[in-house]
Ligand binder design. Structure first.
Ligand code: AN7
Length: 354
């Protein structure tokens, strides 16, 4: 078997990418599609559930798939600087690929909290980190204004169509592994680039005759940051899932089209439901994800309880980012409290038998 060489090498013929764009890669993609061990047992309906574990990408989130394609295109057009607005994962990924591609990287973060692991990544990879007051949408608007004014600067948010091109490869991988599309695809939604990209991937595979079943796309937002569900921008989005604390998604239209064309829908889950799913994935599935990544699982639980998922359905849930991204949330939910003992077996036995 040929070793994996990244999403551009694997899917180049299906990506709208200039021929002179280089085969840039950090060996992103080819992530596990893992059958659930416990979730299906806790739900009615004998469901076949698979997790697409995107936390195993090089920088720990799905963003790498789109970033590598955006940077390949940036190199082809000889951009020298990249900019993005980010709740953290886009920044971490952009910073890594900028280092690899030798571009300068500027990241604009919203005021308020960014998960510490993501900040550490952006700083380690040498990005210039700027905090913009107010919600994410302010940072997003500034990034767009800067890129519009300076041709040498590449905007690498998912409004950049090359990001969507790269991210659609996750749908290709799922279909290649299952031999068809699933019945439903659940995922968390923030800026809505990912749901737009998955749907593009499934649609293109169906048009190419590679799959017969196109999944219903079901996107979940956090209750305090659910503009698509509510049908209007949210001016002060609030949720513990900082990755999806977004009040005015950049790819709103793409998201609506994905749900409408696929027969899917949007829903919201509370922070408590997100954190319950977060704990469940770690304890019962062995999968440590960041809080936002648990929103799809929380969403499936909700829709099963409402009777909206037919028995026997095949379901894929994207787990978008790794749990180590947000160590503060993890230690808050499950405080590590070691029990101190001396180096004797007697003391150790006393502790484990207590
Ligand atoms: C873990 O990094 O928007 O709906 O700036 O980090 O495609 O935005 C992150 C989004 C889900 C939502 N899960 O995806 C950013 C950013 C995680 C994320 C989403 C994000 P989109």
């Amino acid at each position: 078997m040929k070793p994996w060489a990244g999403v551009i090498a694997a899917y180049r013929s299906r990506l709208a990418l200039p021929d002179d764009a280089p085969d840039l890669t950090l060996l992103e993609g080819n992530t596990p599609l893992l059958r659930s061990a416990a979730l299906h047992e806790s739900l009615a309906g004998n469901l076949q559930i698979f997790f697409k574990y995107e936390g195993l990408n090089p920088t720990g989130s799905f963003k790498d798939r789109g970033m590598v394609v955006a940077f390949a295109r940036a190199l082809a057009r000889k951009a020298s600087v990249c900019v993005c607005a980010s709740t953290g994962n886009t920044a971490a990924s952009a910073a890594a690929y900028a280092a690899r591609a030798r571009l300068r990287c500027i990241v604009l973060l919203p005021g308020g909290s960014i998960a510490r692991g993501k900040l550490a990544q952006a700083a380690m990879h040498g990005a210039r980190i700027v905090s913009v007051s107010g919600p994410f949408d302010n940072a997003m608007r500034l990034a767009q204004e800067l890129a519009a004014q300076r041709p040498e600067i590449e905007l690498v948010n998912s409004v950049n169509p090359y990001r969507i091109e790269g991210q659609k490869t996750a749908a290709f991988e799922i279909a290649d592994t299952l031999g068809d599309g699933p019945d439903f695809h659940f995922l968390p939604v923030g800026n809505a680039g990912n749901i737009t990209a998955y749907w593009k991937g499934y649609r293109e595979y169906a048009e190419a005759g590679k799959i017969a079943c196109r999944p219903r796309m079901v996107g979940f937002q956090a209750g305090g940051a659910a503009p698509i569900v509510e049908g209007r921008p949210v001016s002060d989005p609030q949720t513990v899932a900082s990755a999806i604390r977004i009040g005015n998604p950049a790819s709103w239209k793409g998201a609506l089209a994905a749900a409408e064309e696929s027969g899917g829908w949007f829903g919201s889950v509370t922070d408590d439901e997100i954190l319950d799913a977060y704990r469940f994935l770690a304890r019962a599935e062995g999968l440590f994800v960041e809080p936002a990544s648990a929103a799809g699982v929380a969403g499936l639980r909700k829709e099963v309880a409402r009777g909206r998922i037919p028995p026997g359905s095949r379901i894929v849930i994207t787990l978008t980012g790794h749990g180590l991204k947000d160590p503060d949330m993890a230690t808050c939910i499950a405080p590590p409290e070691p029990i101190s003992i001396g180096p004797t077996l007697t003391e150790l036995l006393a502790v484990i038998e207590a």
